[in-house]
Ligand binder design. Structure first.
Ligand code: GAL
Length: 866
């Protein structure tokens, strides 16, 4: 393959039983469209509070935002021109309570300002998604966030803290002018105890100055407060953040659950206390209980409470039945209940075996994994929680059972989705380092994530230059020591792309292979037969959805499984290698979804990657079906390409089939072109002289046709079809319906080349439009012309929060209500407001019959928020 970019070659190396969820949690579970497990939970990261003095309030709503300037103090609200740090409570001019922020933009979190910026042609930016961030773009690299909130006078005496799930990056935080701290990492969570700085009974001004000048990766990373922010209130005697650790061991008829709760005493006197832990089963029934009296904890000190409980007839967490238990820890002193903290967990066993791969609950499970970055079409890196679930659902549908959080700590809700849907996770830190910063980031990752049953292994890094050196080994040793201390239940790996057997290879528990030929992997296994191994990164096959010829100018790669950069392989190559070797625990395909940046094999005008099995929207590419065939055991058949080849009559077209049935016969316009046996882990090919009409594949098992697939030569684009992933969402201000948009011909067949520009509007109020629920066509009357507000202005029940089409070379705006179809498809994201009602989405394009769909945003109690 030609036209590789330079970089491509320079690769180096919770206890009131049953009331565990917050008010509204049950309302958030929608009956009809998706299983309950597909909905985000009311609480994140498995930690929640039940009735008790603790409050955890979402702080996503009602922010103000303004770009600053990395070079010019005058344009950066004076930052850098005054002695900000000379007194510790005078940080940032916008911290003043009388600061006029009316010119700042009103927005809600999560927010990524990078996705809002235009695309820029600059080779330095290509890998990062071609957005103007960095030293050369000071005017778009710094963002200021301001949030004014009230705390009631009755909160005096409580401990108050702020928790940030992730800010990209280099965040400097001040409250009421007091310096709280700086957080460098764009991915690691951080928090501040703000009790000393708050105004009880008055307004509080929170300022976050975010400097995204520097990158941490070589891919799109976004910019801003792109994950949730929480305000947490507790009594002085409380469980600190991530203060409950649950580990389990399974005996034949009983599970031992060890709960270590950290108790912090922020009273000015020593306090005795009692800790009661109750284990709730998935139905909310208490199945174990233990109460422990602790010796008095010194003032402003902490003490652990270790409890061991037995759960009889435990239901194990598995991929098909991801059963979650809850530990509800109640802390009391003489005055009564002081804190109640809930921690979800799963009961399961995991094991990596050097010869037989990975085991879950004693059963071998081949890891059929994907690596993924965290951005999505239309949204950048600021994903509503529902989109995390959407992505994991898509991967599971394909047959994938494992996810690598390459190359950084994930959003907590990603792990919630994996816990609830049944997806194993390799959890990776960003900074391979034994520096204080590196260990701090890794420590925060482990302490936050160690109770998630989905997490089965820690990854300490990816393709680090020091991987094969003694220095690399030293760093790895320190990181592994930390991992063992914080979590004795999981092993450690690193994704190495060379130097296997050298440097940190001897330190990690599980050898990670990024790419690497079968011979090298076999030789390694022979030499180190007692070390388990896993394909931390495999494939990197490139393809563009719906494209069947390489086009360097437009930046498209053909979808046949033929193209991969020099270090990489086709899908078929790696999976055959791994499937044939039981000692390999499995592998993680680079990548499940396309992502912004790294447009290998091209550069500008390409702005996003081609590695995904799905495009940035989650529309499957043909390679997706290869995995569907060999990763799932239900019968399947996929035929490609499309059958619109006007102008190529009589010329040969490569026709491919993926199937896991025995034999496939191909027909062109009802004439058989012959049958072929399906090779295990392979595909079938025919060369077919093109004639318009119908190409059909029939797949047989035991001599009987089990499945058929057709591709028909379509007519011209005629109308739009709208298909929401869910037609009912929750009116909680957060939930999202992902609406797939198809351009079809007069007979309703997807037009595989359609690129019509489509405008989307939320029209009218509840019930104003007689719309067909699932995207029927037809023109609406003049009286019903769209009256939807422009994007960004609140409409009553729902808003368009982004659009996308998976075209890796599209420079159209994501934050828009207009998008072209790309090869017949595009997507629009509709987010609920907190007002229930009907959301009518209208799609209109010149020359096409328009379409409407109604999404019901049903009454829900939003999460408690400040
Ligand atoms: C790997 C790297 C990934 C991505 C991939 C593309 O070496 O770890 O982040 O760059 O190459 O093939």
């Amino acid at each position: 393959m030609s036209d590789w970019t330079r970089r491509d070659f320079i690769k180096i190396g919770a206890a009131t039983t049953g009331s565990a969820m917050l008010p509204g949690a049950t309302n958030r579970l929608l009956a009809a469209e998706v299983p309950a497990s597909s909905q985000p939970v009311a609480h994140t990261s498995g930690a929640a509070e039940v009735a008790g003095p603790r409050e955890r309030l979402l702080m996503d709503f009602g922010w103000r935002f303004h770009l600053g300037n990395a070079n010019n103090p005058e344009k950066d609200f004076g930052y850098g021109s005054r002695s900000e740090f000379s007194k510790t409570n005078d940080l940032f001019a916008p911290s003043q309570s009388d600061f006029d922020d009316s010119q700042w933009r009103a927005l809600d979190l999560p927010h990524d300002w990078a996705v809002e910026l235009p695309f820029v042609e600059d080779t330095e930016l290509t890998r990062h998604g071609s957005k103007p961030l960095g030293r050369n773009y000071p005017e778009t690299s710094v963002g200021w966030y301001r949030r004014v909130f009230q705390l009631p006078a009755s909160d005096a005496g409580k401990r108050i803290s702020l928790e940030f799930d992730g800010v990209f990056r280099n965040a400097m935080v001040a409250l009421n002018g007091d310096f709280l701290g700086c957080n460098l990492s764009g991915y690691a969570p951080f928090s501040y105890d703000i009790t000393d700085f708050v105004n009880f009974g008055g307004p509080n001004v929170l300022i976050v100055r975010v400097d995204a000048t520097e990158q941490e990766g070589w891919f799109y990373e976004g910019a801003g407060i792109y994950r949730h922010v929480w305000l947490v209130k507790t009594a002085p005697l409380h469980v600190p953040q991530w203060g409950v650790q649950v580990t389990t061991s399974v005996r034949p008829s009983v599970a031992e659950v060890t709960v270590i709760s950290q108790i912090a005493n922020d009273h000015d006197d020593a306090s005795p206390c009692q800790v009661e832990t109750v284990i709730l089963d998935p139905d909310g029934k208490a199945v174990a209980r233990q109460t422990t009296s602790l010796d008095p904890i010194n003032a402003h000190d902490e003490a652990p409470c270790r409890q061991k409980l037995s759960v009889p007839d435990a239901q194990l967490w598995s991929l098909d039945k991801p059963v979650l238990y809850r530990a509800v820890v109640t802390v009391s002193n003489a005055a009564g209940v002081s804190d109640r903290y809930e921690q979800s967990f799963g009961i399961r066993t995991i094991r990596f075996d050097a010869n037989h791969g990975f085991f879950l609950n004693g059963e071998p499970v081949k890891l059929k994994g994907t690596c993924n970055h965290q951005d999505h079409a239309g949204l950048g890196s600021a994903l509503p929680d529902r989109i995390q679930f959407y992505r994991i659902e898509k991967l599971k549908e394909m047959g994938s059972n494992a996810y690598r959080t390459s190359h950084n700590p994930p959003t907590p809700e990603l792990l919630d989705a994996c816990d609830r849907l049944g997806m194993l996770v390799m959890d990776e830190t960003r900074m391979f380092s034994s520096s204080d910063e590196g260990l701090s980031q890794f420590s925060r990752l482990i302490r936050r994530d160690r109770n998630h049953p989905c997490v089965v292994i820690w990854s300490i890094g990816n393709e680090e230059p020091a991987q094969g050196t003694p220095r690399g080994a030293n760093i790895a040793k320190a990181m592994k020591r930390l991992a063992r201390r914080l979590d004795p239940t999981r092993l450690v790996t690193e994704a190495m792309n060379n130097s296997w057997g050298l440097g940190l290879s001897s330190v990690v528990d599980v050898q990670g292979f990024n790419y690497g030929k079968a011979e090298k992997i076999d030789a390694y296994h022979q030499k180190f037969p007692s070390q388990p191994s896993v394909g931390t990164e495999v494939a990197s096959t490139v393809s563009t959805r719906g494209i069947y010829a390489n086009d360097a100018e437009l930046g498209y790669v053909s979808s046949y499984d033929l193209y991969a950069p020099p270090w990489a392989t086709t899908a078929e190559d790696w999976w055959r290698t791994y499937d044939e070797r039981p000692f390999l625990s499995g592998g993680f395909v680079w990548t499940g979804f396309d992502y912004r940046g790294e447009p290998t094999p091209y550069g500008w005008p390409c702005i996003s990657s081609h590695f995904g099995l799905m495009d940035t929207c989650g529309f499957p590419k043909d390679n997706y079906y290869y995995y569907l065939a060999w990763w799932r055991d239900r019968p399947m058949l996929h035929l490609f390409p499309h059958w619109n080849w006007a102008g190529r009559e009589g010329q040969p077209i490569h026709v491919w089939c993926y199937s896991n049935l025995e034999r496939v016969e191909l027909f062109l316009n009802n004439r058989s072109l012959g049958a072929q046996d399906v090779p295990h882990n392979g595909h079938l090919e025919w060369q077919v002289p093109y004639a318009p009409g119908v190409i059909e594949a029939r797949a047989y098992k035991g001599g009987r046709v089990v499945l058929t697939e057709r591709r028909e030569t379509t007519g011209a684009p005629a109308r739009i079809v709208l298909r929401p992933d869910r037609a009912r969402i929750s009116a909680d201000g957060e939930d999202v319906s992902v609406v797939a948009v198809q351009v079809v011909d007069a007979q309703g067949r997807l037009v595989p080349y359609a690129s019509n520009e489509i405008a989307f509007h939320i029209v009218g109020g509840t019930g104003s439009l007689n719309a067909s629920r699932h995207g029927g066509g037809g023109r609406i009357s003049d009286a019903e012309q769209p009256v939807g507000p422009p994007l960004g202005v609140l409409s009553a029940c729902g808003n368009i929060i982004g659009v996308g089409n998976g075209d890796p070379s599209s420079h159209e705006a994501d934050k828009s209500n207009i998008r072209r179809a790309f090869n017949g498809l595009c997507v629009v994201f509709v987010q609920a407001t907190k007002q229930p009602g009907e959301v009518h989405l209208l799609a209109r394009s010149s020359g096409l019959d328009e379409a409407t769909v109604t999404i019901i945003s049903q009454s829900a109690t939003p999460r408690p928020a400040v």
